[in-house]
Design a protein around this ligand. Structure first.
Ligand code: FE2
Length: 465
């Protein structure tokens, strides 16, 4: 007896991940539909769809929905979520005023304040199909209030999602009194990764030194590294080369991530070429945060105004792993946000000019398997026998369709349990002189044979036995 059986789902195929049209694939009854068998929180089989599947306590009729691994959030600041406007709004919209607002908000932090806000947003993440989250947490607070609250929450949510915590020295390691000691203390208390913010340090030398300290702390404690690196529109900010070189020479390599790297949007072509070579050789990951950096960067420019994003397309072509993150949810740096990775991928496609079919599919990968590589999830990530039963159902044709129509998961399964069921959002159109019709923005020629569009209950209908 299975705990859960998902009948008739369509795995995301490698060709679709890379943007090949799948219209033909679902125009015909697909022979590739699978049943996903779940027992004791794990996937025990992914077999061709069959009427003779084993009995299960719960059954989901996927009707040809995509079955996909959950989304992965590679970069968010949970400690500051839902604090926008407290104690004042960031009127200039700059990163710098955001930091100033946060510095004023920090003394008001309490354990309950952090737990309440973060618990709320983690529910948004799960509702959007995100089951792996990497959060930075500001450790330039002598009380480490937010860090302790998030460490507590990491344990509390373990049965639902995986939460990684990065000790993030928002106000610097060398430029903040006791910054180095606070980073070391955060490592002792049990963070997963060590951060830095070299472009914010007072001098270039402090910036380099801060990277040496962060990498050293991480290496001694066996932790990952994730640095806010070159998040500034200054073409002279060149800490990514320092971080990548340290990743190479210490052997930490893909355990290191350079986040934001927005200065790369201002580098000249000759230096960019050299840097991409270093980044590739080092094996580091990069995380671009298109929602937030489109808004924060370019604020000191007249026209022409820079986009202020890292070189995502060029890095992907060079073979560097890049992921997309949300970064902020309703905080001093970004007043909007619903913790939705599909919106991040959608905006990221526009912001980084990734619009060829293969490129839109890459945007999906940057919130799924590419982000999973940033977190180092490894073989546990994927819809395959032996893996934890963490997956989502998407009523969509393929990853490109998910990004285009902003398709949200109809079902989210975590550790073998159904955590989310979403009603299909449709518009009922009464065009004059015609019969009423449902508009779900699926192109008519793609719709033939799309089983997930049929049936009164919608895709991902749940039957409980
Ligand atoms: Fe960030």
């Amino acid at each position: 007896m299975l705990d859960l059986l998902v009948r008739g789902a369509r795995p995301v195929r490698a060709a679709e991940e890379n943007g090949a049209s799948s219209a033909a694939a679902h125009a015909a009854p697909s022979p590739s539909l699978v049943d996903v068998h779940v027992r004791d929180g794990r996937i025990v089989a992914v077999d061709p769809a069959s009427d003779d599947a084993p009995e299960a306590h719960e059954v989901i009729d996927a009707r040809g929905c995509l079955v996909a691994p959950p989304y992965v959030e590679p970069h968010v600041h949970l400690d500051s979520v839902l604090t926008a406007g407290q104690p004042r709004w960031n009127e200039s919209g700059t990163l710098w005023e955001g930091i100033a607002c946060w510095t004023e908000r920090k003394p008001m932090l309490t354990r309950k304040d952090v737990l309440d806000r973060v618990s709320e947003v983690l529910r948004w993440y799960v509702a959007n199909g995100v089951l792996y989250v990497r959060s930075h947490v500001d450790v330039t607070d002598p009380g480490l209030v937010a860090l302790d609250a998030l460490l507590e929450l990491r344990s509390q949510v373990r049965d639902v999602l995986d939460l990684q915590l990065v000790a993030f020295p928002q106000e610097g390691i060398c430029s903040f009194p006791g910054g180095e000691e606070l980073l070391e203390e955060a490592a002792r208390r049990g963070v997963d990764a060590i951060g830095a913010i070299p472009h914010f340090e007072d001098t270039r030398e402090d910036g380099v030194r801060s990277l040496e300290i962060a990498v050293d702390v991480a290496a001694r404690h066996g932790l990952l590294v994730d640095v806010h690196c070159d998040e500034i529109d200054d073409e002279q900010s060149r800490f990514s080369e320092v971080l990548a070189t340290k990743a190479m020479r210490t052997g930490l390599r893909d355990r290191v991530t350079a986040s934001h790297t927005t200065a790369m949007g201002s580098y000249n072509s000759a230096y960019s070429y050299k840097l991409r070579r270093i980044l590739l050789r080092s094996g580091v990951n990069l995380v671009c945060n298109p929602l937030v950096n489109l808004h924060l960067q370019g604020r000191f420019d007249g026209y022409p105004k820079r986009r202020g994003l890292t070189q995502v397309k060029e890095l992907l072509v060079a073979g560097v792993n890049v992921a997309f993150g949300h970064d902020d949810v309703m905080d001093p740096w970004y007043p909007l946000g619903t913790a939705d990775p599909v919106l991040v991928a959608h905006v990221g496609a526009h912001a980084t000019q990734l619009m060829a079919p293969s490129e839109v599919a890459q945007c999906y990968r940057m919130v799924t398997d590419r982000a999973a590589r940033v977190l180092g999830i490894g073989e546990e990530y994927g819809v395959r026998p032996g893996a934890p039963a963490n997956f989502i159902l998407l009523p969509a044709a393929d990853p490109t369709d998910v990004v285009r129509r902003l398709v949200r998961p109809s079902v989210v399964v975590s550790r073998g349990r159904i955590l989310v069921e979403r009603d299909p959002a449709v518009a009922r159109l009464r065009w004059p002189g015609e019969d009423p019709e449902v508009v779900d923005f699926v192109r008519r020629r793609d719709a033939v044979g799309a089983g997930w569009r049929r049936g009164p209950a919608g895709a991902g209908a749940l039957e409980t036995r």
